[in-house]
Design a protein around this ligand. Sequence first.
Ligand code: SF4
Length: 508
Amino acid sequence: MNTKASKRKFSGAEAILETARKCNIGLVSGVPGYPITSLMNMFLKDSFFSDKSFWVTNEKVALEMALGASVTGTRALVINKHVGMNVLSDPLISSTTHTIGAGIVIIVGDDPGITASQNEQDSRYFGTLAEVALFDPAKPQDTATALSDAFRISEKSHSVVIIRVTSRMLESLQEVDFPDSSETTATYDLSIWDYTMKGKHQLFHAISYPYLVAESEKRAASRLSENKEKLGIVSSGYVSTIVDEVISKNKVNCSHLVLNMVAPFPYKAIRKFIDKHENILVAEETETYLESHMAMSRKVKGKMTGHLPYGIIVDDDISTAISEIDKDQVRATRKIETIASRGPRPLCEDCPFLPLYRILGKLEVPIAGDVGCLIRSAPAPLRAVETGFALGSSISVASGFSTKGISVIGDFGLAHFGIVGLINAVQLDSDILIIILKNHVAAMTGGQEAPDLTNVVRQLVEDVMTINADDESEEELRKVIQGKLVRKGISVIFIEGKCTKYCDDEEM
Ligand code: SF4
């Protein structure tokens, strides 16, 4: 029985928070990044969750804390952006074989269209890779249902469940019937250690995975359209909402199968849907997770056939794809975006690190950058750094340079993963200059506090100096950097500067 909420509309983010209150969650661990920073901030400010919610240094740590909560009988929620799935994938994938206790749900925010990310990856694939249940809700109501179901499914399958969200879904509004509260009775079963690793995985495939498949098939079948129109559309996530709007606005005669749970893939329900229609359009963001499961049928059209673009989908894309559905292949026409066509996203005019970037842009050595504000120093006119592979990657990348080079990394990036790269560089006796931008915050994601690792770095490296960006002239800073570049071994320069966007004077 559901509790009917008032007629008030809830955003997708509010639907998650309201449902979470009913799920008896004891730990919420998150890592900042678009589009989930504002969702996590809601938990941090909520009177029920504020003392249970924490920003943590990286997503692997966030999931490992959740695993600890789970084995001691406490439900946990992990909130991170899509690239965080790469970081937490190690304990995630192993946890399926290992088994867990109380339920764990990961809410992952994807960024179709790359508003503020380093890539456009599609987190739904982690459902398949980790062999766990994955929901891709279209609307706030689907999200509330998914979160409540996810904890039950997690506890019954002894595995983590993932819910993929996007910014447009989190911001969309809908009246919501909130599911009843559900208490946990699940405990971590130590008899799992009676099995070998192979035996644990066999046990998972004998019991848990068939249960997950049945849950997925049951949900897909309940949304199966019975009419036998020419066109059937299969969608998941926020794109389902766009498809509904296009069907209604253009009075399109078709069936629409909206999938909420997409992993394990509901093959039986999808086969039935394909059989009932002459043409199938698959509408999804950002890659071809659904379509690639269905593409053996020539009826199936989508991104792989050029009917829809890769990445973000808008209503015009759906209308055009429907009008061309009888074609086997369509030529993609989407323009490739450049910084000139989109418009630059410059650094703040009063950023304390601008003199450093100007110096770096004129040096003739390889320079590894990192993810964060400093990535904006890579394009012209500064051209300060050459790479920005992942948050915290800079020191390891510079350790691999074939000649002496520079690593530039923020203090949050250092704590996130860079410190592991530094330990490795020390172990290998690397020959690099490491410049750590110490502004005490994760500026790119909204000013979350960054731990101060100065003393930890001093324990690892002999040649460490700190420069205050306000006290040193550009010329003096250039001389210091050039002096360190002719020195053999690892040198570290902390450049202390106030992030004018997120730091008050008292915080420095
Ligand atoms: S947000 Fe802070 S660190 Fe980032 S560019 Fe602006 S002043 Fe610099």
